[in-house]
Design a protein around this ligand. Structure first.
Ligand SMILES: NC(=O)c1ccc[n+]([C@@H]2O[C@H](COP(=O)([O-])OP(=O)(O)OC[C@H]3O[C@@H](n4cnc5c(N)ncnc54)[C@H](OP(=O)(O)O)[C@@H]3O)[C@@H](O)[C@H]2O)c1
Length: 247
């Protein structure tokens, strides 16, 4: 029987890489997508192929570029014959004062986080509709719901857009494709590498579990939503944030 095929966008490191490892450990063939850091992607390919006896395809693609996304999806289908699971994980943040942001900076965040999710879902969605099965998991953020930072207003808006897009994709692709959305809170990745110790401690105080997530703790939820055990979960927005302290 052929193995499950999983595409995780932006998966050379961080939450995406944790998803790749989780899927590979579960026996799936994986597609590692990167935009800039090829060495990280190639290292991850070597690691999972050696550790888990699966195949890992590495594809460079800027998810905000229509033609590159179409080519990536065609390459995967030519190679594996289909795509069972798509995790729209690629994302960027550009923290700067709201009044200082340039149009170019603001648009870039929207292009990668929101347009990228749309383009990958569109092209992979067509493949999944032909197969009459598939699962899409979008990675949004608690910043989309109730944790707002003016310096990341572009990021917060893009992630709110991802939630909205999840609802529309679930409608468009029903009943063949389950589309769900995971909203992580603070997670220990490169994205937060510039936080000072004071900022980290201040943010931890707002979390009931009093710590940031490990990327694997987000990947576990993505893996569950992609599994047969989650077949009746659809159009759901799931926070994975350690519990928000409102006191
Ligand atoms: N860390 C958190 O606290 C947190 C909280 C909530 C949600 N999230 C979300 O989780 C997702 C993963 O973030 P992370 O924390 O793991 O951050 P990260 O370590 O910075 O990883 C971001 C990934 O996205 C890729 N990427 C960036 N631009 C891309 C593009 N145009 N096309 C394709 N890939 C691109 C990067 O690849 P290259 O290095 O090759 O550019 C990298 O693999 C993001 O959507 C983020 O918004 C993170």
């Amino acid at each position: 029987m052929s193995k499950t095929v999983v595409l995780v966008t932006g998966s050379n490191r961080g939450i995406g890489a944790a998803c790749i490892k989780a899927f590979a450990e579960a026996g799936a063939n994986v597609v590692i997508n990167y935009c800039h850091h090829e060495e990280e992607a190639l290292r991850l390919k070597q690691e999972v192929e050696k550790e888990y006896n699966v195949e890992a395809l590495v594809i460079k693609c800027d998810v905000s570029d229509n033609e590159q996304v179409e080519n990536m999806v065609n390459e995967i289908v030519d190679y594996y014959g289909g795509i069972d699971i798509l995790v729209n994980n690629a994302g960027v943040s550009r923290d700067s004062l709201l009044l200082d942001k340039t149009v170019k900076e603001f648009k870039r965040v929207l292009d990668v986080n929101l347009l990228g999710t749309y383009l990958c879902s569109k092209y992979v969605g067509k493949v999944m509709l032909n197969q009459k099965k598939g699962k899409i998991i979008n990675i949004s953020s608690t910043n989309a719901i109730d944790t707002f930072y003016p310096e990341s207003c572009d990021y917060d808006a893009s992630k709110a857009g991802v939630i909205s897009l999840t609802h529309n994709l679930a409608r468009e692709f029903a009943p063949f494709i389950n589309v769900n959305c995971v909203c992580p809170g603070w997670t220990k990745t490169n994205m937060n590498k510039d936080l000072s110790l004071d900022q980290i401690n201040e943010e931890k105080r707002k979390i009931l579990l009093n710590r940031f997530a490990n990327p694997e703790e987000i990947a576990n939820v993505v893996l569950f939503l992609s599994s047969q055990k989650a077949n009746y979960i659809n159009d759901a927005i799931i926070r994975v944030d350690g519990g928000k302290y409102n006191g």
